[in-house]
Design a protein around this ligand. Structure first.
Ligand SMILES: NC(=O)N[C@@H](CC(=O)O)C(=O)O
Ligand SMILES: [Zn+2]
Ligand SMILES: [Zn+2]
Length: 345
């Protein structure tokens, strides 16, 4: 039985750090374990221009406690007014590593996102030309479409047409939640990847709805039925280089989660690695954890993997706080619902 595992230091290819007091509280939770992260731009107002991304990057670095190291990989929030030249410049300088597409209204702070995909065609063409990845929140917003079908519908209605119309565009389907998305990614060549969260490897929709509504399991895309969770576990633990870790750790205060209209997002930064190790261990796939958490993401983003390593040790159940305190109020840490035996040493 394996009780010790040393892997290259992981990165997080989809992370929400927010700003101000929340940023200061959540950043150490990520920087403790992860070397780099793709930083989501859905602030209010959103991070749209290269100048805004540079300023946000400075605020992140200023919030980093002394003695910790962490590299924020910045993204731009795609709007119908995004300037292709500004995107190209921000990418050429190394500041920006991806552009994020939110269908308007699909998720938290997505109101400035895209309604008419024809209006971002010039930006997507520029991105294909320079090899800059497009990260997508893959859900349609059509009120006629059932919320559990919105990811599958997005593939057919939006993503596949965009990819066909823009040859060479490199796309990351973020936080995939369905067997449909896994199959779609597998059907493509190397220009399509997908991030998978730790929580979607653990929960299905019963966790949200059975025995009372559990707001801390509510995120978007919403967790689907068990067959889909199994497909995600299979993809994550397969070693297939197109699948890699993006935690989508998305802090909201308890007041905003435990509400008549609760916000979407699970806060997982604190215990993601312990959760992942448990999932991979149960699958008999610990030897593939490094690929998923530390190798496949850098390969897709054409960056070197980290040189330093982390060691995970299996032992008595790990303790971690149920909540972290922030200047805006407490934030509940994701509870996988089973004991975690792997700790990062
Ligand atoms: N995943 C979520 O449920 N919420 C994210 C937004 C997102 O990634 O869709 C957030 O910013 O809170
Ligand atoms: Zn999203
Ligand atoms: Zn997210």
């Amino acid at each position: 039985m394996t009780t010790k595992l040393t892997i290259r230091r992981p990165d997080d290819w989809h992370l929400h750090l927010r700003d101000g007091a929340m940023l200061a509280a959540v950043l150490p939770e990520t920087a403790r374990h992860f070397a780099r992260a793709i930083i989501m731009p859905n602030l209010v107002p959103p991070v749209v221009t290269g100048a805004q991304a540079a300023a946000y990057r400075d605020r992140i670095l200023a919030a980093l406690p002394d003695g910790m190291s962490f590299e924020p990989l910045m993204t731009l929030y795609l709007t119908e007014d995004t300037d292709p030249q500004d995107v190209a410049q921000a990418a050429a300088s190394g500041l920006v590593r991806a552009v994020k597409l939110y269908p308007a209204g699909a998720t938290t702070n997505s109101a400035s996102g895209v309604r008419d995909f024809d209006r971002v065609r010039d930006v997507l063409e520029k991105m294909a030309e320079i090899g800059l990845p497009l990260c997508v929140h893959g859900e349609v917003t059509d009120p006629e479409i059932d919320i559990f079908d919105r990811e599958a519908a997005f593939i057919d209605r939006v993503l596949d047409p965009i990819r066909r119309a823009t040859p060479g565009l490199r796309v990351v389907m973020e936080h995939v939640t369905t067997a449909d998305a896994v199959a779609y990614v597998r059907s493509a060549e190397n220009d399509l990847g997908a991030t998978i969260t730790a929580h979607h490897l653990v929960i299905n929709r019963n966790h949200i709805l059975v025995g009372g509504i559990k707001p801390h399991y509510y995120c978007l895309p919403v967790a689907k039925r068990e067959t889909h969770r199994k497909a995600l576990v299979e993809a994550a633990t397969s070693g297939d280089a197109r699948f890699f870790l993006g935690t989508d750790s998305a802090p909201h205060t308890d007041a905003n989660k435990e509400s008549a209209c609760g916000c979407a997002g699970c806060f997982t930064a604190t215990n993601t690695l312990s959760v992942l190790a448990e999932v991979f261990d149960r699958q008999g796939a610990l030897d593939r954890l490094e690929a998923f958490a530390s190798l496949n993401g850098p390969a897709f983003y054409r960056l070197p993997p980290n040189d330093d390593k982390v060691t995970l040790t299996k032992g008595a159940p790990v303790t971690y706080p149920a909540k972290i305190e922030t200047g805006d109020g407490p934030v509940t840490v994701f509870d996988p619902g089973f004991p975690l035996h792997w700790s990062v040493t």
